[in-house]
Design a protein around this ligand. Structure first.
Ligand code: HPA
Length: 270
């Protein structure tokens, strides 16, 4: 990825609404949930030079700058998925833009299929670790030392202190917060029942089509990361029913308030 493309996007955002210390990436259906956010500026992705344009319903495609509990935040309402056909470098471009804007802490959210049979749709899951099952890595190619090292450590992708804050707020808000491993499948087809049995055997608690590339790039750049999945459905083959995107959106909508409350609490408490 050309540094000019990243810098061009960062400059446009900075001119419109300045830098940020916290980045938020909001997954399917969770886009418009932050009542307490004091909005300073909204930029449609199509108006940010160098940005790709999203294609999935439920992803609004807006960059929102504002402050939340006194912290300057950059909120992505909608993200870029590898299955949409973007280069993997485009998928992670916004995270690099956040790095250029000064973001030190990234909160990533997503919709995920429950693999752990103890979960139910509507559960929230603190991501403890990830499995990259996609076969791609956003850091393949020449390494730019301005962003991070050639071989970045991934043994602690998620910041223990931020996880602790999330647990504390979940308790306070009386939200059941599951914990587990998120496994990235490229999609866009949902997984097969055999793939879900494999995922479970490999240690996954949830599966989804996003997040892992962003987390890799965030950690490469030294950000502290927190990840929360909304279990929108049980993964393929667990229940005797077909999967569909509407179910993902409907469950996301049902737990939107709790999800937003938790993220809000984490920003307040960190
Ligand atoms: N699989 C993959 N991605 C998903 C799922 C799923 O079951 N649910 C929401 N995102």
């Amino acid at each position: 990825m050309k540094m000019e493309r990243i810098d061009g996007a960062a400059k446009a955002i900075e001119a419109a609404c300045g830098g940020a210390e916290v980045g938020l990436i909001l997954g399917s259906g969770l886009g418009n949930s932050f009542a307490s956010l004091d909005v300073h500026g909204v930029l449609s992705y199509k108006d940010i030079p160098g940005f790709p344009i999203p294609t999935v319903p439920g992803h609004n495609g807006e960059w929102v700058c504002g402050s939340l509990h006194g912290k300057r935040v950059a909120v992505m309402r909608g993200r870029f998925h590898y299955y949409e056909g973007y280069d993997i470098e485009e998928v992670v471009l916004p995270v690099r833009v956040m790095l250029r804007l000064g973001v030190k802490t990234l909160i990533v959210t997503n919709a995920a299929g429950g693999v752990n049979t103890g979960f139910v749709p509507g559960d929230l899951m603190l991501i403890r670790d990830t499995i990259n099952y996609s076969g791609v890595n956003p850091l393949i190619g020449p390494n730019d030392n301005a962003f991070g090292p050639r071989f970045p450590d991934m043994s602690r992708q998620f910041d223990p202190a931020l996880c602790e804050v999330a647990r504390a707020y979940a308790r306070e808000l009386r939200i059941t917060l599951r914990e587990g491993v998120y496994m990235w499948f490229s999609g866009p087809s949902f997984e097969t029942p055999a793939e879900i049995r494999m995922a479970r055997a490999l240690g996954a608690d949830a599966v989804g089509m996003s997040t892992v590339p962003e987390v890799i790039v965030a950690r490469h750049g030294g950000m502290r990361v927190l990840g929360i999945s909304c279990i929108t459905n049980m993964a393929a083959g667990i229940l005797d029913q077909p999967l569909n995107h509407q179910e993902v959106l409907d469950t996301g909508e049902r737990v939107r308030k709790a999800f937003a409350g938790l993220v809000d609490g984490v920003v307040r408490g960190m």
